[in-house]
Design a binder for this molecule. Sequence first.
Ligand code: T5A
Ligand code: NA
Length: 217
Amino acid sequence: GFDSEKGRRGALIVVEGLDRAGKSSQCEQLLHNLQTLGHQVRYIRFPDRNTPIGKLIDGYLRGQSHLDDHSIHLLFSANRWEVAPAIQELIANGVTVIVDRYSYSGAVYSAAKRNPNLSIQWAWQPEVGLPRPDLCLFLSISPIEAAKRGGFGLERYETDTMQKRVRDLFQSLLELPHNDEICVIDAGRQFNEVAQDILEPVLECMKNVDSIGPLRR
Ligand code: T5A
Ligand code: NA
């Protein structure tokens, strides 16, 4: 058992990165690894396509509906806000929560559309106040390595133009000085190597969790 963990809150671990970087498969592996070590863990992914808001997002991503850029942006954010109380509760009860895509994806993909009335600063605002991640693992992959993992699907945003802009915007976010909780992982390597590189900072973070605060501007 983990007697020393009693009374300690869970950690909020976010996994971000480019399309096909391996986020979902690494989240599943991390879930498994932490459970094997005896930790209480949950895995949540955004968009959560199962809620009423998530169904609207799913239809949009599949090209079945058209929505104004701001409108779909706010739905992605609302999709996080509707799950936020559950995340807070899990963490308060000592459960570590692994989140597959979060606010960084939210801001970057919308800003990548280059709508003149939708800057990345505008895009970030509805994220302010969401539970703040204790650690953000950014899975980085070159376009060449990503391309080896199969072609694009049929979803919106799965185009070379969008992916290049998303890559550049993620890079500019990573360079902001206040994003100190970000850990960049080279995700272009063997699956198990990447998994090991993810596990170490997560375990370190879980040892040092302090009181959770809101997302900053
Ligand atoms: N979006 C999302 C917004 O615009 N705003 C928002 O607020 C949010 C939350 C859907 C779209 O929504 C946008 C971003 C997206 O365009 P999604 O449902 O997360 O978001 O997208 P998915 O299509 O599910 O995920 P990705 O394409 O990003 O893929 P992953 O999760 O990064 O990669 P994964 O794990 O599925 O792996 C991809 C393939 O690579 C292999 C896997 O087996 C798989 O075949 N693979 C490896 N191969 C070799 N070596 C390794 N190390 C490998 N790791 C994985
Ligand atoms: Na995914």
